[in-house]
Design a protein around this ligand. Structure first.
Ligand code: ADE
Ligand code: ZN
Length: 321
């Protein structure tokens, strides 16, 4: 008999909120640094239900991404897993703000990443992410980088990091520049800060909102998201792991769906949180009583709200070649 999980595994899916660095699994960490013991990984690469423990673990793992080949290995393992669970399209976020701050060679890293993509059936596009707490000048450097790589698969500029340590008001000029350059915009907001932060992200021109959990506190905001057709990139397990919600049963996903807000399901940092996209679909189904047809619609949203999804080309007509 087919397992419930088989249905979600086989469902064609798209990932729109997925950090390359956060896709690093304990197994890949040991490939990068064989001297790491299981205990060291267990004690450093974990969250304890609050945002500061998440940031600590994320930054700890970044320390093992030293060379372009390290980044390539992480992507190779990620693409293998995405292919195995029928994720056909992925917009992968790179913490470009971290790469620039560490003085790493972005061109060298990005060119090996593109080589990895060439041998995978997963259609990949890139989002370059700035880090809120690094401030506006460093965010502008990331936006300029994203603009320079637009013809190489970079489709959007985004911002993540500590929402409480870098309010949206700092970044008006940066987002206006990114828009002028024709980049799509997605903003982590409403994860640790309240609904005002999501309103601010809308004002900056966000076409999608990363998380948006606290939008549930403001009915007018839910109406605005619905009317402006701005989807929330919901990441269930992440939201519990970082303390955005107390527990899964208090997650506002049902409220979003009830209010007609567009929703896409994602993993955020699947290696750190120990999840797959299939798992997040199963979780939504089992914990919120959603039917397979509801999940099918959410999966379709992944493609609908993608910034650059191209359906597979039909075979060329043999008579014309
Ligand atoms: N970077 C990676 N994951 C993130 C998250 N959940 N919030 C903010 N920045 C992030
Ligand atoms: Zn994120």
């Amino acid at each position: 008999m087919a397992e419930v999980g088989d249905f979600y595994q086989a469902l064609p899916k798209a990932e729109l909120h997925l950090h390359l660095e956060g896709s690093l699994t304990p197994a890949t960490l040991r490939e990068l640094e064989p001297s790491l013991s299981a205990e060291e990984i267990e004690s450093n690469y974990r969250t304890s239900g609050d945002f500061s423990s998440f940031l600590r673990a994320y930054v700890w793992a970044l320390g093992f991404l030293r060379t372009p080949d390290d980044y390539a290995l992480v992507l190779r393992r990620l693409l293998e897993r995405l292919e195995a669970e029928n994720v056909q399209y992925a917009e992968i976020t790179i913490s470009a703000g971290v790469i620039l701050r560490r003085g790493q060679d972005f061109e060298a890293i990005f060119s090996v990443l593109c080589k990895e993509c060439a041998s995978s059936p997963v259609q990949v596009r890139w989002i370059l992410d700035a880090v809120r707490q690094f401030g506006a000048a460093e965010a502008m450097a990331v936006a300029e980088l994203a603009a320079a790589y637009r013809d190489r698969g970079v489709v959007a500029f985004g911002i993540g990091g500590d929402e409480l340590a870098g309010p949206v008001e700092w970044f008006g000029e940066v987002f206006r520049y990114a828009r002028r350059e024709g980049l799509h915009l997605t903003i982590h907001a409403g994860e640790t800060a309240g609904p005002r932060s999501v309103w601010g992200a809308l004002e900056l021109g966000a076409e999608r909102i990363g998380h948006g959990v606290t939008a549930a506190e403001d009915p007018e905001l839910l109406t605005a998201l619905r009317e402006r057709n701005v989807p929330l990139e919901v990441c269930l397990t992440s939201n519990v792991a970082t303390g955005a919600v107390r527990d899964l049963s208090s997650h506002p996903l049902p409220r979003f769906l009830e209010a007609g807000v567009p929703v896409v399901l994602n993993t955020d940092d699947p290696g750190l949180f120990g999840v797959t996209l299939t798992h997040e679909y199963e979780l939504a189904a089992s914990r919120f009583g959603l039917r397979e047809s509801d999940l099918q619609r959410l999966a379709e949203n992944g493609f609908r709200y993608a910034f650059d999804f191209k359906p597979a080309q039909a075979e060329p007509d043999a008579r014309r070649s």
